[in-house]
Structures are given as C-alpha cells and as structure tokens.
Ligand binder design. Structure first.
Ligand SMILES: [Ca+2]
Ligand SMILES: [Ca+2]
Ligand SMILES: [Ca+2]
Length: 221
C-alpha cells in the first residue's frame, strides 16, 4: 500500500501574524505553528489542513500469463495475444461467467474469441466437448435479436460470429429476452443465442482483460 503525503503549503496571510511556519515533517510538527493556531482563534478558523494523508488504491497487477490460475492448463499460443483456458462445470450462463471471473478477478472471464481462429484453436485443445457458453451477452429489451451484443471485454460482437439465422431470440419473430446469452458450437465454430436457464459447460479465458461493470450487470439480468 503506497502512502502518499501531501503537505499543504501554508503561508500566513493574516496581517500581523509576523512569521511563516516551515513544515518539514508530519511526524515532528512545528511548535511555532501549534502556538500560532492556539493563540489566534480567528486565524485558526481559516487555516487549511496542515497535511492531508491519502491511502491510494493498490495499482492493478500487470497481466502476466504465467501467473494465470493453475487450473488454466490449455494455451493458445498461435494467436497474437496468448491466453490460457479451462473448462468449467455445467451451469447457466450467468453462473458460469461468475465462476470464471472469480478465478482471478480482472484477468479471467468466459471465452472471448476476439482473435481470428481462437474458437477453433480452443476447440482443438479441449476435445470431447462441442458446445460451450462463451463470453457474449445481450442487454435486456433490445430492439431486435441482433442488437446490443457485447463480449465480456465490453467490445461489440461482430455479425460474423453468429451461425446462419442466429441470433434469433428463440425464433418467435420478436425480441423479448428469450435468448440473451450465447454458446458456441465448436463443430461449426459459430455462435447461437440461448436462454438463461440452459445448462452447458463453459470455457474460461485468462487474458488479463477485466469485465466492465455494465457487462457484469448484463450477465446478472
Ligand atoms: Ca480471446
Ligand atoms: Ca435476445
Ligand atoms: Ca437462438
């Protein structure tokens, strides 16, 4: 924890005060200053704080892929940004996303296949599973099934990510929040929107990209 001390520059502005105190340390306050404040109530009422002490928030830890959780045993190294991955148990999209984020808050989330070929490469290293939740979500009450989709990173989901005729919000011809989450069918490598109560495995990704608070709220809808 970094301790930052700001000593306010104080110059005696009141007429007749007759001295300028020199504060050099908050550990050893100038006895003249104490005397001045105690002997002049009018001046004391207008004095600035002698010192302000701030406790800075700890700086974010720079991402280091080698420090991803040990459970993230799969790695895609041929993409421009190296990520590590793990398979989750089954659950609804919100629960699986929360589990991913809890692994290393600020670094982990459901898979965001934002690098060309990433979804296919992940599929190749985790055989035996063909359908996974991934980190895409649609805010509630959008105008159409296709509008508003964002990755867990907060970036917009490109139209090219979807399977043919998806997203369709369950295909009833209107957007009414039937399907605001998404899974990827790795046999096709593209996405389908799906309802909150479906239960699939997920793939978590550790890439050091935090999930914006607004996107966390979309997952918790
Ligand atoms: Ca990614
Ligand atoms: Ca929808
Ligand atoms: Ca759908």
């Amino acid at each position: 924890m970094k301790l930052r001390v700001v000593i306010a520059a104080w110059t005696a502005s009141a007429a007749g005060c007759g001295f300028t105190p020199q504060a050099s340390s908050i550990d050893a306050p100038d006895p003249q200053r104490i005397d001045a404040r105690s002997n002049d109530a009018q001046l004391d009422a207008h004095l600035p704080l002698d010192a302000k002490v701030f406790l800075d928030a700890p700086p974010p830890i720079p991402f280091d892929v080698s420090m991803c959780p040990a459970s993230y045993t799969s790695t895609v190294t041929s993409t421009s940004t190296v990520s590590h991955y793990r398979i989750t148990g089954t659950g609804n999209a919100a629960a699986v996303e929360a589990a991913c984020e809890a692994d290393h808050p600020g670094w982990t989330h459901l898979l965001v296949p934002d690098v060309a070929g990433e979804a296919g490469q992940v599929a190749a290293i985790i055989p035996g599973h063909v359908v996974f939740w991934l980190g895409a979500v649609q805010p509630k009450n959008q105008a159409t099934p296709a509008t508003g989709w964002v990755w867990a990173s907060g970036a917009p989901v490109p139209a090219s990510a979807w399977s043919e005729n998806q997203p369709n919000d369950n295909g009833d011809g209107t957007e009414n929040n039937d399907q605001n989450f998404a899974y990827v069918d790795f046999s096709a490598g593209t996405m389908n929107d799906s309802g909150a109560n479906y239960s699939f495995n997920g793939v978590c990704e550790c890439d050091g990209v935090p999930v914006p608070a607004a996107v966390q709220a979309y997952f918790a809808q």
